[in-house]
Design a protein around this ligand. Structure first.
Ligand SMILES: [Zn+2]
Length: 74
């Protein structure tokens, strides 16, 4: 299979915590270092508590430091 995020061929897959993409181990590791990873994890956890097992995630931010919504910043 191919990683949904970086397009690399890999046999070792995880599901993203930010969205529903299937990503390779390297992308997963990069995600874990992301400043919003904890937030994404918590949102997923809370969704499951509410019975939503198909929570799509909070969305993967475009870059490593930016947020999904950038307001008042340029
Ligand atoms: Zn990847």
């Amino acid at each position: 299979m191919r990683c949904d995020r970086c397009g690399k061929n890999t046999n070792d897959f995880s599901v993203s915590m930010f969205n529903t993409e299937h990503i390779c181990v390297e992308c997963k590791e990069a995600e874990k270092k992301h400043p919003l990873y904890e937030e994404a994890r918590k949102a997923e956890f809370e969704a499951v508590l509410k019975g939503d097992n198909n929570f799509p995630g909070i969305g993967y931010p475009k870059n490593d430091t930016g947020r999904t919504t950038e307001i008042g910043e340029s």
